[in-house]
Structure formats: C-alpha cells, structure tokens
Design a protein around this ligand. Sequence first.
Ligand SMILES: [Zn+2]
Length: 255
Amino acid sequence: MASVVTIPAFGDNFIYLYRYDKNNALAVDPCDSSAVLNSLNEHNLNLTTIFITHHHWDHTGGVSELKKKTGCEVIGPDKRRIPAIDRVVDEQILKIDNIEIHVIATPGHTNTSVCYYIPESNKNEHKILWTGDTLFTGGCGRLLECKARTMFDSLLTLASLPDDTLVYCGHDYTLENYEFALTIEPDNKAVGQRLQEIKQIIRAGGFTVPSTILQEKTTNIFLRSHTNEIKTALKMPNAGTVDVFAELRRRKDVF
Ligand SMILES: [Zn+2]
C-alpha cells in the first residue's frame, strides 16, 4: 500500500517521499539532499522521480545532488529557472509505474507554480495533493509574481478537488496562519477549535500535515474570502471577493 513520509527540513519546510511500492518512492520538493538520502536509507527505498512545485531554492536545493546520487528523473514546471529538470510539465496527467499523477497549474506564488494530485486508486486508498507554496494548512503563499486574482483562481481550483483529499503543503506556517485568522475573526468557533487541535498536534511532536480540502474550505481564511463574515470583519461589505482576498493577503504579509 502506498504511503507518504514527511521529512521536515530547514526549520519550516516539508519534503515528502511518496512510497508507491515496496522499494520505490518519489520525492516532492527535496530541498535538502542529505535529509532525503537518510530517509530513503531508513525506509530501504530507491528514489525514482523528483517532483518540483516551483523554482525557489528552499524547494529545489537538493535536486542536483539527488539526481547525481540516485539517477532519478526530475519533473517540474520551469526549465529556465530549474535547469536540473528532465521532463517539463504543465497542466497534464503523467504516469509513473501505473501511478496516475495530475499536474495542476497554480500560478500565484510564482507564475509557473504547479501542484500534484494523485486520485484514489487500488494502490493508494487516499487522494493526495501536494501544494508547494500555493495552499498551506490554514493559509496560502505570498503573491510574488502574480496578481491576487491569479492566486485566488488557483486556490479555487484546488478547493474544487474532493473534500477528503489529503493536502500536503510546502511549509509549516500552520500555527501563525490560524493565529492570524483569529485576529480577523476572533469569534469563529471552527477556527478557534482548529487552532487548539493544531497546538495539541505540535505539543505531541506531530506534523500539521496533511490537512484535507474540507478542513481548508471550512477554516482557511483565504478560502473564505467570499463570505459575509469576512467582508464584515474587514469592513469591506460591498467589496468583490478578490479584493477581500487581496486585503487578507496584505494583512498576513505584515502579521
Ligand atoms: Zn516559494
């Protein structure tokens, strides 16, 4: 049965191994080659493929070394800014040893960011989504190269995936995301409860991933930009949803 190994790196990054059969795994955003090599060793796995969500060094730092050491194939969206890529992808469906992987174009954080989605199959019992720096547990990435509308459309695309999809994001900003959300909506019970859950997970030494699409739709403040509650809280009762989203993102930038 397929499984995901979460590897923390650089303080707040998450690298993932997806073990898709007894001996083989793919990696997502392996910023730190030694952390990945140690984990492969520990689980007795070969690395066949690397998937990259976007070009930032804290997602790609270990790619060249891993490629050299393992001979794996490197898949990603931006050959110009990630020279180690062997196969350039955009919106498309790939197969790695019978595993179907959907590449979803999600510009916003960068203009070439992508996410990777694995639907349910007989090999993996869960639907899985890797979101890089587009959608975080309780938050979203900064708008570095795109307008708010572009990022919001990308977030809506991800939110349209099935509710029970497991969401694995690129950074652990979870605690501050929910603390930020409560400054906007101090009386939101679902958000307050989620913050308590997150604190418990952290106290127990666990990871704040995966979340689910349903959890994000319910408690991620950025995905609630269309609601009257948020518009009222921001004193923007007549504003359009994208303007509300942009205002939330601006406030989070300085939180
Ligand atoms: Zn980034």
